[in-house]
Design a protein around this ligand. Structure first.
Ligand SMILES: Nc1ncnc2c1ncn2[C@@H]1O[C@H](COP(=O)(O)OP(=O)(O)OP(=O)(O)O)[C@@H](O)[C@H]1O
Length: 306
């Protein structure tokens, strides 16, 4: 049942600001795709353009080979949670969803089904204005699911959810993907995405930085570093730097070596009769890889704070 989202050289400018800059990517069904980038990277803009809420300045984005805008009864094709606050506070959850179901020609029974799905059945008659952010996120997810669509877009859906809610959302996204749907989930935090997504699209300053599996991202983002502990720091540093490694002293007395594997460090230390107390290879975490890759974009958005 899946549908592919394809962006081709997608560009969106707001006056002098280029929010999305020649983005080309494909989102496939069957797994959760994380859409990752620092604040202001252009994630929300991209999602809005996919949904046809904004026109691209140039380039194209299609869902199942066609621009999404103008599809009748859109909720049957693409469900989206863009902004959990974007709901009428005076309405109840049930009347909000009923209105959406009605305008999209969806059967009323779907309202009860999605309320049950997101755990809001008992709160269905309460005013949305009194909902916590987590409850509003659940309501937004319910609205996205209403049309039982094959394509689902979620903008920062984990915001405001408690740990139990986060686990629930992850389980839900995995199930939706396993059913063959296309699931795109944006976040500015790698730690949110790394347990949720199998595929990643990483952007910074509106530009594509990476589009690959989480495993590939982890592998190429990883710099080889080795933690070494020795009572003879100066001698070891001299031995290793002569062979091309970089050695940095840490506050706890250990050294971080880059550019050389643990085997070679051990060999060189042995031949130079330098005593080692610890020799531990470590790989950068996904968070570190993400921050390293997007460092330039973060500086940009910090200076360009909205
Ligand atoms: N309607 C608009 N008018 C002018 N500039 C805009 C508009 N919408 C977005 N921008 C700008 O486009 C850039 C990308 O914004 P966008 O909201 O898409 O990023 P984001 O990755 O979703 O960030 P965040 O995580 O902070 O929501 C920002 O510099 C933002 O200020």
């Amino acid at each position: 049942m899946g549908r592919v989202i394809e962006a081709n050289e997608l560009t969106k400018r707001y006056g002098a600001t280029t929010a999305v800059d020649r983005l080309t990517f494909t989102v496939r069904p069957g797994h959760v795709t994380g859409f990752l980038g620092p604040n202001g990277a252009g994630k929300s803009t991209t999602l809005r353009v996919i949904l046809g809420l904004n026109d691209p300045s140039s380039g194209t984005v299609t869902v199942d080979g066609q621009p999404f805008r103008g599809r009748p009864r859109g909720l049957r094709h693409v469900g989206a949670l863009l902004d959990a606050h974007d709901v009428h506070g005076g309405r109840s959850a049930r009347s909000h969803l009923s209105a959406l179901a009605h305008s999209n020609g969806l059967p009323r029974r779907r309202v009860d089904e999605v309320l049950e799905e997101v755990g809001l059945t008992t709160a269905a008659r309460r005013r949305i204005g009194g909902f916590s952010l987590g409850m509003k996120q659940r309501l937004g997810i319910a609205a996205a699911l209403l049309g039982d669509p094959p394509v689902l877009l979620f903008d920062e859906p984990l915001n405001g959810l408690d740990p139990e809610g986060v686990l629930w959302v992850r389980g839900l996204f995995h199930r939706l993907a396993a059913e063959g749907r296309t699931v795109l989930v944006s976040s500015h935090l790698m730690r949110e995405v790394e347990h949720t997504a199998q595929q990643l699209i990483v952007i910074g300053r509106g530009e594509l930085i990476a589009a690959e599996s989480l495993a590939e991202f982890a592998a190429h983002g990883t710099r080889l570093t080795v933690t070494v502990r020795t009572p003879e720091v100066a001698r070891l540093t001299s031995v290793l730097t002569k062979e091309g490694a970089a050695v940095r002293g840490e506050a706890d007395g250990s050294c971080t070596v880059t550019g050389m594997g643990a085997d070679r460090i051990g060999e060189l230390a042995f031949h130079s009769r330098v005593l080692l107390h610890e020799l531990a290879p470590r790989s950068a975490s996904l968070e570190e890889a993400f921050m390293g890759l997007t460092a330039d974009s973060v500086e940009y958005s910090a200076g360009d704070a909205r």
